[in-house]
Every structure is written in structure tokens, then in C-alpha cells.
Design a protein around this ligand. Structure first.
Ligand code: ZN
Length: 109
């Protein structure tokens, strides 16, 4: 994993395998873990299929919730990442393709 500082980045962090782009020079462990979970998802799916799925699911959730933030938070990749980003050892025991389980799971925070 390579961390690249991009001061003009919109979000705090963004995963683009094998890179993690961060807006702040000293990102916290939860943010880095969140982006590492996305890197694992991208490793499983491939970067292009990951982003295609991401955009398509976002558009479906956007119609479902009629709200940008709710749509973003309900994308299965984000559900998995937000549900587990504070568990810094999550990736050590995470089963493969775990994001699929978050397609139907409720968002906790
Ligand atoms: Zn995310």
C-alpha cells in the first residue's frame, strides 16, 4: 500500500489500488483502515469492476433514498468499510468477498 498526499482531494481519503490518496498529511488509523478495506475489495473485484459496481450501486441507492449522503453510506463497499474501520485487525480475519454480505445489511453508524 502506498499513501499519497493530495491536498486538493475532495474526500478525506480515497482508495485507488494500490494507492491510498489522503487529503491531510497525517491521516488517522481509522481512515487508513477504511481505505485499506476498500483496497482489499478492489483486489478481489479488480479496480475497474469495483468502480463500475460502486457507481451503479450509488445510482440505485440514490433513487432509493433520494439523498446523496444516504446513497453513499448504503453502498455495500462503504457499509463494510464503515462497519469495520475502527477494528484495526479486521482485515486479518476478514473472509473473502465479505462486502457481498453488506448488500442487504443495515448501516450501523
Ligand atoms: Zn469508503
Amino acid at each position: 500500500m502506498f499513501i499519497i498526499h493530495v491536498a486538493s482531494l475532495g474526500p478525506d481519503g480515497m482508495a485507488l489500488f494500490p494507492f491510498i490518496l489522503v487529503r491531510h498529511r497525517h491521516p488517522g488509523p481509522t481512515l487508513l483502515n477504511h481505505e485499506r478495506i476498500h483496497l482489499r475489495q478492489q483486489l478481489e473485484l479488480g479496480v475497474v469492476p469495483f468502480y463500475l459496481w460502486y457507481v451503479i450501486e450509488y445510482l440505485i441507492r440514490r433513487m432509493q433514498y433520494r439523498d446523496h449522503y444516504a446513497a453513499y453510506r448504503h453502498i455495500c463497499f462503504e457499509r463494510e468499510a464503515f462497519a469495520n474501520d475502527q477494528n484495526l485487525t479486521y482485515l486479518n480475519t476478514r473472509p473473502h468477498w465479505q462486502f457481498r454480505r453488506y448488500l442487504t445489511r443495515a448501516t450501523k453508524r
